[in-house]
Design a protein around this ligand. Structure first.
Ligand code: AMP
Length: 540
């Protein structure tokens, strides 16, 4: 066979040759915008010329701080196809973490949406490697900004030539990178190679996974800064799906209206989004959503109750599982052909399992004794993975990498059981993090902050279930004896309000006499969670 490089250039060129007539629709700040892939390609070439004129070279990092729009899609291809690395910045990170990852990745250019300019300005003094800022000016007016040097995206493209010779790139070259939250401290970077993204995109088109195809009208609701919108824009451009970019308005009525207007067939997003849509429909709102073949739900567990609710409105949900480190697709829950005779209830139950391993990857589940567990749907262990789109290390983090990447495998930190058919169910999380609305909160960082309060002896933060956000933090706090009558929950909350992002503030503070410990003296979050479930967490 030929030694053929698996790079994103192939995806872009196939789209150019075959799908010039198909459309991309983008809900921008100024309204809905629509163009063809033919126009898209021309602008990708122009953008590549702009980047070259800014002296962007192979391996340089070009960061984006942006919503899901057609301009962000142009960056998805222009940046890696000219040899640079697309670093998508998570706009929900704290300012401190945002500045950290920009410096750590050594971003050379930041391309920012007009309305996010103030966020970037607020950390300008802390970032040291950025040479240029480009504003995605949608309104036609460049905002007044202290960022320097700064260029208008639209004006730069208007002046640039519309031809570009995309170079041949080694398939192992970095194409993109994302950072993911650590249990504590700074986020960790994951670098995606061209080869990894190519093979992952191919997996998304597999009929037994998401089955993305030319016939799809795909609306990625999952942000483009969250594991490259799960790789779906790459696959969609490759196979020529119509792409609907929903922009910044992700409230249920806006999304339903867009699904109805564009006849969306598939849409990936976190369960919190789909919960919002289910509630809107339950409230009696009327939308024509019959075009949907799948809402793809990932990033957090898909509750059986949600599958049931959406089924009442004939909306099918496909449950998927993955991580930043896994590009992300790993598991998809599709029933096997001989499972047609399952009862509706059994199908709901199956759908709430994270599903079957997608072709191309390998998994094993390691129990507490270090041995692989049997697939009996009962015994539990940690899910380990390997394969061509699984990371092998964290970017510039040899120490942390050694804990996660072991003997050619990646430890996911997710505790699972596997049934006889191979369907994986996540039952717990070994990593000490809380996932609220698809975004991470570090329980350890919250604990450290609460411990900074003079009246606090010790504290443990756990995730508790929440109908809308799936998980929210609850803090168990032990006060110094002398402070017991003097310090209120409100005092702790006020203390936190000045120190952590608003959405990190715990929903509940419970004062307790002591925190349950394991035999080795560590906080036993498992016991605390169990006590919470059994309503045994007593207020002191
Ligand atoms: P991230 O790197 O932010 O995408 O987060 C990955 C983590 O989210 C996984 O290790 C799981 O803990 C969790 N996760 C992702 N998808 C699912 C799912 N379908 N069900 C349960 N947890 C999930």
């Amino acid at each position: 066979m030929m030694e053929y490089p698996l790079t994103l250039k192939n995806l872009l060129m196939r789209n150019r040759q075959l799908f010039g007539k198909k459309e991309v629709v983008s809900r921008n700040l100024t309204g809905d915008f629509r163009y063809t892939y033919r126009d898209f390609y021309q602008r990708v070439c122009k953008l590549a010329n702009v980047l070259t004129s800014l002296d962007i070279k192979k391996g340089d990092k070009v960061a984006t701080l942006a919503w899901n729009t057609h301009r962000h899609l142009e960056l998805y291809f222009a940046v890696p196809c000219c040899g640079a690395v697309l670093h998508t910045l998570n706009l929900r990170l704290s300012r401190e973490h945002l500045a950290y990852i920009i410096n750590h990745a050594e971003d050379k250019v930041i391309v920012v949406d007009e309305d996010l300019v103030p966020l970037l300005e607020s950390i300008r003094d802390q970032i040291s490697t950025v040479k240029h800022f480009i504003v995605l000016d949608d309104t036609g007016n460049m905002p007044y900004t202290g960022l320097e040097p700064v260029y208008s995206y639209e004006q730069s493209l208007a002046k640039a030539p519309d031809h570009y010779d995309f170079p041949d790139i080694d398939e192992w070259s970095p194409a993109a990178m994302c950072y993911t939250s650590a249990t504590t401290g700074n986020p960790k970077g994951v670098v995606y190679t061209h080869r990894g993204l190519f093979l992952h995109a191919m997996a998304l088109t597999n009929a037994d996974s998401m089955g993305l195809s030319e016939k799809d009208i795909l609306m990625p609701v999952v942000p483009m800064f969250h594991v490259n919108a799960w790789g779906t824009p790459f696959a969609a451009v490759w196979v020529g799906s119509t792409l609907i970019m929903p922009g910044k308005k992700l409230d249920p009525p806006s999304l339903c209206q867009l699904i109805e207007q564009e006849k969306v067939t598939a849409s990936p997003g976190v369960p919190t989004i789909w919960m919002g849509i289910a509630q809107l429909l339950e409230s009696g709102a009327q939308y024509q959503l019959s075009s949907l073949r799948a809402l793809v739900s990932g990033g957090a567990p898909l509750p059986e109750a949600l599958i049931r609710k959406l089924d009442k409105f004939n909306i099918p949900v496909m449950h998927a599982y993955g991580m930043t480190e896994t590009t992300p697709l790993v598991l998809v829950s599709n029933p096997k052909s001989y499972m047609n005779s399952l009862s509706v209830e059994e199908k709901y139950r199956l759908g709430s399992r994270q599903g079957l391993l997608v072709p191309g990857l390998e998994m094993k589940v390691i129990g507490e004794n270090g041995q692989e567990i049997p697939w009996d749907g009962k015994q539990i262990g940690e899910l380990w993975l390997r394969g061509p789109w699984i990371a092998k290390e964290y970017y510039k983090e040899p120490e942390t990498s050694r804990e996660t990447f072991v003997d050619g495998w990646m430890r996911t930190g997710d505790i699972v059981n596997v049934d006889e058919e191979g369907y994986v169910l996540i039952v717990d999380r070994a990593k000490d993090l809380i996932k609220s609305g698809g975004e991470w909160i570090s329980s350890v960082d919250l604990e450290n902050t609460i411990m900074g309060h003079d009246a606090v002896v010790e504290t443990a933060v756990i995730a508790i279930p929440h109908e809308k956000w799936q998980e929210r933090p609850l803090a168990c706090v032990v006060l110094k004896e002398s402070e017991i009558e003097k310090v209120s929950k409100q005092d702790i909350l006020d203390f936190l309000r000045e120190r952590v992002a608003k959405w990190w503030i715990p929903d509940e503070i419970i004062f307790v006499n002591q925190i349950p410990k394991t035999s080795t003296g560590k906080f036993s979050k498992r016991i605390i969670r169990e006590m919470y479930r059994n309503r045994e967490l007593q207020q002191q």
